[in-house]
Design a protein around this ligand. Structure first.
Ligand SMILES: Cc1cc2nc3c(=O)[nH]c(=O)nc-3n(C[C@H](O)[C@H](O)[C@H](O)COP(=O)(O)OP(=O)(O)OC[C@H]3O[C@@H](n4cnc5c(N)ncnc54)[C@H](O)[C@@H]3O)c2cc1C
Length: 411
């Protein structure tokens, strides 16, 4: 290791959607924070702030409100006033409505690149946050006294020490591996193809989720009367679908979705993502902790990965803010890490299980599951309380909520 040059209270590995949000959320506490991001901000290969659209839940909205960013985000976002859930080849559908849930919107859709612009501007304005980018963590040493982090800056290497190292470097987290935390990974054998198109009829703030034999297809309202789609296809068929010309692509997408929005046209650039469920076996190691996809990588079927990660951020900030009120403040103390891990355990487990069973329930052609899913769809719409519980989870309002998830600033 090279000589230690600087000490930080907190080093965040990964300046994607979650790492950047965490750095901004911590700002009121006045801690010295470093964010280390591997991919240059303006690079087209930036893997977090790309062309995907993300549906922000109500609890994420509250967090951004408490962080003072919501006005900028909502100006570039589209509200969802209802979600229409259907099953291709079956009659009937389920419907979740904002008014029925007593909220203004069930969520807001924002393009990751646009959200990234707001977050990066905000992070630059936080005095005590240093951003190192492009830079990559290549080695760590975790001892009870402090964590050492070796950073590769391209032409040089630097070593920093910190009280707490946060791994926010995504589902394939190398920092998680360096922390000695194993993760289970299972492939869904599916690929999500994303892009946007122009439907004949306006979405009017309605979102659609349609379960097909290949997997779920989501159509979300975005700006300029366009619709963003997240189309899950089987891995075996993905290359063929991606190679289709615009007209053929729209034809196949239309066959899966149907005509409830009229004819689709003017499809934009497509990109694709392999879908994998990943779960870390632990959330903490000595002076270090996992947040976001580094802790749990979900199927996008329920639009929950980022929102769940934001609840990690809210809980970690709550634990740190509480500890900061005491005398011998240490953001990496075993007690603080234990509190964070036990707080996040249940929410993460529930969401991972819920999302995974949704994929399996609605993605299977096997008879017992088909029968179950018919009951599921009916139960979903008719059994009192089921829809409301589902909506509470998707809005991120179930369970004990930390300050930021309630819209309360840290300080
Ligand atoms: C098609 C699709 C649609 C989705 N839609 C939704 C949705 O509607 N709602 C929702 O809540 N979620 C959604 N998600 C999930 C959401 O995108 C992820 O949960 C979210 O991006 C996780 O953010 P993250 O910052 O934890 O990880 P990432 O976005 O993977 O960011 C990790 C960052 O760490 C950096 N990095 C990696 N390794 C290193 C290293 N060694 N050193 C330094 N930096 C490093 C990377 O460059 C990157 O910037 C969707 C996912 C997909 C695939």
């Amino acid at each position: 290791m090279s000589d230690t040059e600087r000490h930080y209270d907190i080093v965040i590995a990964g300046g994607g959607m979650i790492g950047t949000s965490l750095a901004i959320a911590l700002a009121p506490l006045g801690l010295r924070v470093a964010v280390i991001e591997a991919v240059a901000r303006q690079s087209t290969g930036q893997p977090s702030f790309d062309d995907r659209s993300t549906a922000l839940s109500r609890s994420t909205q509250r967090m951004f409100e408490a962080m003072g960013l919501w006005d900028d985000i909502v100006a570039a976002a589209t509200p969802i006033r209802s979600i229409h859930v259907s099953d291709k080849g079956r009659f009937g559908f389920s419907h979740i409505d904002a008014e029925e849930q007593g909220v203004e919107a069930l969520g807001y859709v924002v393009i990751n690149r646009v959200l990234g612009g707001v977050l990066q501007t905000a992070m630059k304005g936080v005095e005590k946050v240093d951003e190192l980018c492009p830079a990559r963590i290549v080695d760590i040493d975790l001892v009870p006294g402090s964590a050492q982090v070796v950073v590769d800056l391209g032409d040089t290497r630097q070593t920093f020490s910190c009280d707490l190292l946060v791994a926010a470097d995504g589902a394939n987290s190398q920092v998680r591996d360096m922390m000695g935390i194993e993760a289970t990974k299972s492939e869904y054998g599916q690929r999500a193809i994303i892009g946007n198109l122009l439907p004949e009829m306006g979405l009017d703030r309605r979102a659609f989720e349609r379960f097909t034999s290949q997997g779920p297809l989501a159509v979300l309202p975005v700006a300029d009367n366009r619709a963003a789609f997240i189309w899950t296809v089987s891995e075996d068929d993905a290359e063929r679908v991606l190679a289709l010309d615009d007209e053929m692509f729209l034809g196949e997408l239309q066959r899966e979705f149907g005509y409830r929005l009229g004819r689709f046209s003017r499809v934009g650039k497509r990109a694709s993502y392999a879908l994998i469920l990943s779960k870390a076996l632990r959330l903490t190691a000595t002076r270090s902790v996992l947040v976001g996809n580094a802790a749990h990588g979900l199927h996008p079927v329920s639009a929950q990965g980022f929102n769940l990660g934001m609840r990690d951020v809210a809980a970690l900030c709550d634990c740190i803010a509480d500890a900061a009120q005491g005398t011998a403040f240490d953001p990496g103390s075993p007690e603080l890490l234990e509190r964070y891990a036990s707080w996040r355990h249940s929410d993460q487990k529930k969401l991972v299980r819920f999302t995974d069973s949704l994929v399996k329930l609605f993605g299977s052609a096997r008879r017992p599951l088909r029968t179950l899913r018919n009951i599921g769809m009916l139960g979903f719409d008719l059994v009192p309380g089921v829809r409301s519980t589902f909506a509470k989870h998707t809005m991120g309002l179930a369970g004990r909520l930390p300050r930021l998830s309630r819209g309360v600033p840290l300080k």
